[in-house]
Write a new protein. Structure first.
Ligand code: NDP
Length: 330
């Protein structure tokens, strides 16, 4: 079992008189900055001059160019998208990086695959919320918190563990639990989870095609599969009750159908596919493939988007969303 830390186990005083620079005021950056400030921490923001910069100013933060914010900070949160982080680190942060600085990441990706190699005289810590940024903030405001995976890659100060736990408390994760992990474990779980759960997009789209072949209308098919919002209710029930316990909320016919037909789709062959996906993550093949595509101006990435947006499912969805009054107030 992993070790889990809560607010009462964590000392915030280690952060006293430290300046935290949030580099990248986006999904995670904004939420973490606001939560840290509400927990009495000194927070500044570094961003490119765009709407995120303006948002940070509107939220009352001092905002600087990335390089300047990083130089002013004792603790740097690198919260730009993973694919631009190596460039931001190399060009904007590394040249002015002082010994003893704490470098904080919200994802293990760049350290695990060596796209970022920090110098040996800094602490390198992981604080990865298991939640989208908006909810990291909303939960905090509601008096709750988003759980996080935390870990240490490099402990120059000898206090890296205590520091990352204090940061976890600062963003509200100590309310729900800061789970002791590592950059490598976070990367493995995160990539595998998103790639496998993401397969449901393709399963849903194929199910739509088969429903249409069987003569079901666009509206009926889409309401069944996506648009009614039933799916999000099921996911909510899964997180609250458990994967199998929530099944009891469905009709007995549905319970029987799910437990007999599911195993037809998910077979021992599927396990082999899952293991192949895991292998690609573990040996770096996926990261290399994605890196090479970005080097080639993301040609494959952009082609995938353009092909998938051409699928008839998308137009059908647009038509149905327009026609059905799914968000009507009354
Ligand atoms: P975003 O896509 O929201 O981008 C963050 C910020 O980075 C934006 O303000 C963006 O500015 C800025 N930015 C983009 N390019 C550059 C650049 N070249 N130089 C400087 N700033 C730049 O990122 P996320 O918050 O989604 O992700 C940040 C980290 O958090 C990542 O490591 C991610 O893996 C991790 N994470 C994300 C989660 C999520 O739910 N999103 C969940 C858990 C972890 P602009 O306004 O121009 O876009």
């Amino acid at each position: 079992m992993a070790e889990v830390f809560y607010d009462e186990d964590i000392e915030l005083s280690l952060l006293h008189q430290k300046t935290i620079a949030i580099i990248g005021y986006g999904n995670q950056g904004r939420a973490q900055a606001l939560n840290l400030r509400d927990n009495d921490q000194t927070v500044i923001v570094g961003n490119v001059r765009d709407t995120s910069w303006e948002q940070a100013e509107k939220d009352g933060f001092e905002v600087y160019e990335v390089r300047e914010a990083a130089q002013k900070a004792d603790i740097i949160f690198l919260l730009v998208p993973d694919e631009v982080a190596p460039w931001v680190f190399e060009t904007e942060i590394l040249p002015g990086l002082r010994a003893g600085t704490v470098l904080d990441f919200a994802s293990g990706y760049n350290i695990t695959y060596g796209f970022i190699v920090p110098p040996p005289d800094v602490d390198v810590v992981l604080l990865a919320p298991r939640m989208i940024g908006r909810s990291v903030r909303d939960l905090f405001v509601a008096g709750r918190g988003a759980p996080s995976l935390v870990g240490v890659h490099q402990d120059y100060s000898g206090q890296a563990k205590e520091i990352v736990l204090a940061l976890a408390k600062g963003i509200g994760s100590g309310r729900a639990g800061a789970v002791w992990s590592s950059f490598e474990e976070e990367t493995l779980a995160d990539l595998f989870g998103e790639q496998v759960v993401g397969a449901s997009l393709f399963l849903t789209r194929m199910a739509y095609e088969v429903l249409r072949e069987a003569g079901v209308s666009e509206e009926a098919a889409l309401l069944e599969l996506t648009l009614s919002g039933e799916l999000s209710e099921v996911h909510k029930a899964i997180s609250e009750l458990g994967l199998w316990e929530q099944l009891k909320l469905h009709s007995r016919t549905s319970q029987y159908g799910q437990q007999t037909r599911g195993p037809r789709l998910v077979t021992e062959q599927t396990r082999q596919v899952l293991r192949g996906i895991m292998r690609d993550i573990q040996d770096g093949a996926f990261a290399k493939e994605w890196y090479l595509d970005q080097e080639a101006k993301a040609v494959h990435f952009r082609r995938l988007w353009s092909e998938n947006l051409k699928h008839p499912f998308i137009e059908a969805e647009r038509r149905a969303m327009k026609k059905l009054r799914l968000d009507a107030e009354e």
